[in-house]
Ligand binder design. Structure first.
Ligand code: ATP
Ligand code: MG
Length: 564
């Protein structure tokens, strides 16, 4: 069962208390069981990493980091058909970007194929594995059910010599794909179904991205994973809860092969609402063209979040806040956004941009005149300094900052209203011009020369402050606004309905006629800015190059507009 977790809005005082896995680590170091801990992150290179993986990464790398340990990056490449170098490269890039280094080394399960083969042979020699020639359906039937024991295969009692010979033949390619398998000989009556003589090797002729055609037999996950942990000297092998039922098998192999006793510990996987988190389903979004690639800014992938403008620190803060639990739950997507706002509010420079521009004319400001007004780069960080904003008679303002009719609660522009232009002057409504179809095109105001921000002695009160951009120096840009990719909180939780049915048709809004202040000419792709009153944005290198003009992504709005 899952439960919803609301997210914290404040920095409550939290004395760091150890989560249950860290407690094990601390105890193992204190007792001398291990002098140094050694963890690993074992992705299968069959897709890009997502925010769920980030949680696993932060846990394994984070523990090693804070306890002077080692951590390996291990590509679990036992399924050649679905894996590729593109994914390996993307995984490396994403882990590095999160700020981690695999100081214990980079490994591939395929590095260990010889050792794994030797382990399998050892099991056969000890009478603990056998070659089975039955088809998959028959073996499944013999497995029994959780409430009834299975039955032994007729091949279970083959001699060691015969099994050794058959296994060598499997390796040599003497048998067609699927013709036979190697099984561990454990107990067909075991209450744990995974212990009922699990398959440990299968024949599969497919080209492997690293070992080519050297092998036509491949180890199964359960046989590869734990043994690689041992071979690499992993002390704490941390994985998600679905592997809990595999743990007895993990330990059976260690015991029966008499190898380094890595310890598997499980934790709850990260689930986020309005999101899907399986690589297989994310691949479908890409292949079916619902998104613009694995790194589409709406994707819950690390590369998508990076492109959207998330910072490594915000993702690490998020993982930290989610915590390590033993019970599955669903986290609000808005916690992720909170973590980004929290980081960027402290660090991002401010700038002004108008996304839906209409003209704002200062009728008493002389034509042809201009001046430069200082504006602070970050009110949270005085050391960030200020920049000069060009100001003149013709400006751009936001369309929805003007109303033809407004009541007392409207603090923006309207007939009769007075507002401050951010870092500039107080202005008062004079007039506005509409097109034939009724659309407002221009708003005319007069300004008060002695109301300049920082040296205001006009005595005039303005309740609202509007952002603006000087027309003659504005940069034309496109801005992409993103919303949840799915409109349903649990898109893959509806029986009989495909998750793609719940895609949010409004997840992307393109504003093609935006005006940015000229200082953003110097902006680097990926550097976050707060656009005053609008949210956090960063320039998208790839989209800008494709479009031939600057394209900016909105990373997150200033406030949580999605309570739901
Ligand atoms: P997916 O189901 O998305 O394809 P996976 O578990 O098959 O994910 P792997 O590449 O095998 O992907 O995962 C590498 C590691 O990341 C595993 O140890 C796995 O437990 C962990 N992991 C995967 N998804 C999550 C998640 N949502 N939360 C926490 N850890 C996760
Ligand atoms: Mg997996």
């Amino acid at each position: 069962m899952s439960e919803r977790t609301a997210h914290p809005h404040s920095e409550e005082d939290s004395t760091p208390s150890l989560h249950f896995i860290e407690q094990v680590v601390v105890d193992d170091l204190a007792s001398g069981k291990h002098k140094q801990i050694h963890t690993r992150f074992p992705p299968e290179p069959n897709g890009y990493l997502h925010i769920g993986h980030a949680k696993a990464i932060c846990l394994s790398f984070g523990l090693a980091e804070s306890h002077n340990g080692l951590v390996n990056l291990r590509f679990d490449d036992t399924n050649p058909e679905k894996e590729s170098q593109e994914y390996v490269d993307a995984i490396r890039r994403d882990v590095s970007w999160l700020g981690y280094t695999w100081n214990g080394g980079e490994f591939y399960t395929s590095d260990h194929f010889d050792s794994l083969y030797a382990f399998a042979t050892r099991l056969i020699e000890n009478g603990k594995a056998y070659v089975d020639h039955q088809d998959a359906a028959t073996m499944a039937e013999q497995k029994g059910s959780p409430t009834s024991p299975g039955t032994n295969s007729p091949h279970r009692d083959r001699s060691v010599e015969h099994n050794l010979q058959l296994f060598q033949e499997m390796k040599a390619g003497d048998h067609p794909d699927g013709h036979c398998v190697l099984r561990a000989k454990i107990d067909m009556g075991h209450p744990n179904m995974h212990m009922r003589d699990p398959i440990i090797y299968r024949i599969k002729r497919s080209h492997h991205q690293r070992t080519g055609d050297d092998w036509c037999i491949y180890p199964m996950y359960d046989f590869a994973h734990g043994q690689c942990d041992s071979l690499e000297g992993i002390t704490h092998s941390l994985c998600t809860l679905e592997f809990e039922v595999h743990r007895p098998l993990y330990e059976w192999f260690i015991e029966n092969l008499n190898i380094f006793p890595s310890r598997q510990i499980e934790f709850a996987r990260l689930n986020l609402d309005h999101t899907i988190m399986s690589k297989r389903k994310l691949l479908r979004l890409v292949e079916e063209g619902h998104v613009d690639g694995w790194d589409d800014p709406r994707m819950p992938t690390i590369s998508g979040l990076r492109r959207r403008g998330f910072t490594p620190q915000s993702i690490r803060t998020f993982c930290d806040r989610v915590g390590i639990a033993k019970r599955e739950n669903v986290i609000d997507f808005s916690l992720l956004e909170w973590a980004l706002r929290e980081h960027l509010n402290r660090t991002a420079h401010r700038a002004m941009a108008v996304l839906d521009p209409i003209k704002l004319v200062i009728v008493n400001y002389p034509e042809g005149q201009s001046e430069e007004l200082p504006s602070e780069n970050n009110p949270e960080d005085p050391s960030a300094g200020h920049r000069m904003m060009p100001f003149g008679r013709n400006l751009w303002m936001e369309r929805d900052d003007f109303k033809e009719e407004a009541n007392k609660k409207w603090f923006r522009l309207a007939p009769g209203k007075t507002v401050r232009l951010k870092s500039a002057f107080i202005v008062r409504y004079v007039d506005h011009i509409k097109r034939a179809d009724g659309r407002v095109e221009e708003v005319h105001v007069e300004y008060f020369p002695d109301s300049k921000s920082g040296s205001d002695n006009s005595g005039i009160k303005a309740k609202g402050t509007l952002h603006w951009v000087n027309a003659s120096t504005a940069i034309d840009a496109e801005v992409r606004l993103y919303d949840r990719l799915f409109s349903d909180a649990a898109p893959d939780g509806h029986e009989g309905q495909d998750f793609t049915e719940f895609l949010n048709p409004n997840s992307l809004t393109v504003r093609s006629n935006c005006k940015l202040e000229p200082s953003l000419q110097q902006a680097q792709a990926g550097t976050p800015y707060q656009f005053t009153r609008l949210g956090y944005f960063s320039m998208d290198e790839e989209h800008s190059a494709q479009a031939g003009h600057p394209v900016w992504n909105r990373s997150v709005t200033l406030k949580d507009g999605w309570k739901g």
